[in-house]
Write a protein that binds this ligand. Sequence first.
Ligand code: 13P
Length: 246
Amino acid sequence: MIIANWKCNGSIEMMLSWTDDYVKECDDIHTFDTFVGVAPPSIYFETFSVEISHLNILGGVQDIDYLDGSRTGAISVDMLIDLGCDFSIIGHSERRQIFNEDNNLIRKKLKSLNEKIMTILCIGETKEENDKGITKDVLKNQLEIVNGLDLDTQFTVAYEPVWAIGSGITPKPKDINEIHKYIKDVVQSNSVNNRTPKVLYGGSVTDKNAESFFTEEFVDGALVGGASLDGSSFASIVNIFNGIDK
Ligand code: 13P
């Protein structure tokens, strides 16, 4: 599974050239089985959906609100279902840091999406927490979001160390693998139906380093920020993933 998170980037013009570049670079776009998704800014979701309708790409969003009604500026799950949205990212560290989102709110979002729209829950430790050697404790705390929930089959976690996002620095692939195994075990034991999720790695993934992550046993794909803004770089990452026997 390879997911693009465009964050608050892009424009109508960019979307048109993005799909052209993606198609030129991506091998055999109609036959592979990989889940490839792109989450543009919600305002562009519909236009982008039309752009990718002939491609093997699913359209998603970067966040949602958990209720509808008197909530100015919000976009609800039912509205996204109306638009044919295939997945939503929630819990991104930028939402936690810039918009002060906490586990309590993110759990409400997960509950509103569960069994309706596939969810990608982001978790990750800061540099300071990593330096202190408390990464697993931090992740365990963030994963309390799933406690006691019956998780749907497509529920996915993205491990995104905050210090790796946009920095060009990443953990070692073997360390990522160990953390992914840990995440799978925690979710499996905390969810009511003992769901073992797919776990994606995110944080400075490029077409230069992707292979080193994808060959690790418990890395089920990537959540890509900066490198996904270029259609051909993103397609290269998809090609690399498809070239590895998972
Ligand atoms: P970068 O790939 O730009 O480091 O961003 C990762 C990310 O935050 C994806 O959600």
